[in-house]
Design a protein around this ligand. Structure first.
Ligand code: ADP
Ligand code: AMP
Length: 225
């Protein structure tokens, strides 16, 4: 399987394991990994103008306006698309039908085609369990779970020794809102890609390794087509 040719979107509710699976794929196939949530959190940390504009939406569990999201994606994809030969994986984007349409236009402009859209299917009850135990490294952003994927030393990142913290938007009140927003605004994105025959569903229940194996099996079929 040639990583350089894989151009993937990973879709699913918050906490379904998109970041976990996307990082594994990005490392394995040398893909450009773009997670809009991570990009915005970094901007907030650096107190940039963009960070200031998106902070309140994120804290409430609402979506950042489409224009701001598209500006970020355009810059990243255009600057990473040297010779239009890159492989990439998009995580947390597109999240609205409008973003999906804009992405289509952008990819056309830079002559890139999507290979597939992977939907990680996880029921809402499981999402709540995963998000309530999620911890991230405040230094490098690595993702852990207190029960399902604990660090070697409690509260400390295995990779860089940074402190592990809970995301503000992983608190229960905000999680409920994020799930509601997902069903209202991101469910239509699923139908959008279903119509263009790009959507592949993956059962997201089971261990990280097991979900990864299911994705690999799908990619094999997609790439052999
Ligand atoms: P997303 O990027 O979709 O928001 P994450 O990849 O951050 O989701 O995963 C959410 C939480 O669930 C994290 O704490 C992660 O360690 C944990 N997690 C991810 N995949 C699994 C899995 N297959 N089984 C159990 N926990 C998981
Ligand atoms: P995530 O890290 O993917 O869970 O995203 C965290 C938050 O960032 C979301 O709840 C939104 O507020 C914002 N966000 C990330 N990606 C997008 C996007 N594509 N469109 C709108 N808002 C986004």
């Amino acid at each position: 399987m040639k990583g350089a040719k894989l151009r993937l979107i990973i879709l699913g509710p918050p906490g379904s394991g998109k970041g976990t699976q996307a990082s594994i794929l990005a490392r394995k196939y040398g893909l450009l990994y773009l997670a809009t949530g991570d990009i915005f959190r970094e901007e907030i940390k650096r107190k940039t103008d963009l960070g200031k504009q998106v902070e309140a939406y994120m804290a409430r569990g609402e979506l950042v306006p489409d224009e701001l999201v598209m500006e970020v994606i355009r810059k990243k994809l255009e600057s990473g698309s040297d010779g239009s030969k890159i492989g990439f994986i998009l995580d947390g984007f597109p999240r609205t039908e409008r973003q999906a349409e804009e992405l289509d236009k952008l990819l056309n402009e830079i002559n890139l085609k999507l290979s597939a859209v992977l939907l990680i299917d996880v029921p809402d009850e499981e999402v709540v369990k995963r998000l309530s135990g999620r911890r991230i490294c405040e230094k490098c952003g690595a993702v852990y779970h207190v029960e399902y994927n604990p660090p070697k030393i409690e509260g400390i990142c295995d990779i860089c020794g940074g402190k592990l913290v809970q995301r503000e938007d992983d608190k229960p009140e905000v999680v409920r809102r994020r799930l509601q927003v997902y069903h209202e605004q991101t469910d239509p994105v699923i139908s959008f890609y279903e119509k263009s025959n790009l959507l592949y569903r993956v059962d997201g229940l089971g261990e990280v390794e097991e979900v990864h194996r299911k994705i690999e099996a799908l990619l094999k079929i997609i790439c052999d087509d």
